[in-house]
Design a protein around this ligand. Sequence first.
Ligand code: NAD
Ligand code: ZN
Length: 246
Amino acid sequence: MGIYEDKLSEKLSSAKWLVFFTGAGMSAESGVPTFRGEDGIWKKFSPRELANVDAFMNNPALVTEWYKHRRKIVRQTNPNAGHIAIAELERYFEVTVVTQNVDNLHSRAGSTKVYELHGNLEKNFCMDCGTRFDSGGVDTLPDIPRCGCGGLIRPDIVWFGENLPAEQFSKAELAIENCDILFIVGTSGIVFPAAHLPMNAKKLGKYLVEINPMESELSYYCDVVFRENAGKSLAAISKLAASLQA
Ligand code: NAD
Ligand code: ZN
């Protein structure tokens, strides 16, 4: 028996609700660069310098240009086997994705319930009136994008020093409280408050499964650990789920 059958068959056969808590490693095989992989003119800025509200207010054109650049890169990538496997699992289970990623790849893969704890590169809003704008439209606006009301349009990204979106966070908490298995995929578990979610799940007695080629801050809490890449592991888990249904 393979390691997935060995370690997951029993849990998966009785499970109804799966939650996937994902981080940057989820998108590594899609080729989405991490913050450390920045190139070209952007190399001289650290994300911390650009991804905060003061930077935006001081130089909205520069920060807007950086987000345009990041969107361009992400749009050239595709969901990988792992994103697709999570979307496929909706055939057999209630599936909720709770992601720290802003790359929109879970939705592009077809997942229908995605809570984005750190925002989404494809979304923006007016800082004065709150009107929402898709990035497709914002990318065609002048260097400093403004709403009809005159307010600045900013990316719907949780910047350093900002709070997480309360509604997405509490929906994520609720899904985790009700799930049967929590999969923790491609996250180092060092970014708070997001990392509180899997820690609290452990306190609630949830079954935790980690998928990460490296040890993380969350490994200690996990019942089962697969030291594998997200694509390979999740494809195997989706296949196992299909065979259990057959
Ligand atoms: P992180 O960079 O701190 O950790 C990534 C983790 O993924 C590591 O533990 C690593 O071992 C693991 N990993 C690497 N390749 C993997 C693979 N193929 N399969 C599975 N796991 C793999 O990422 P984090 O914990 O998400 O924290 C980074 C923060 O930066 C987040 O808040 C996120 O919002 C942001 N960020 C997002 C993106 C994105 O949207 N794709 C990219 C960069 C950074
Ligand atoms: Zn406005």
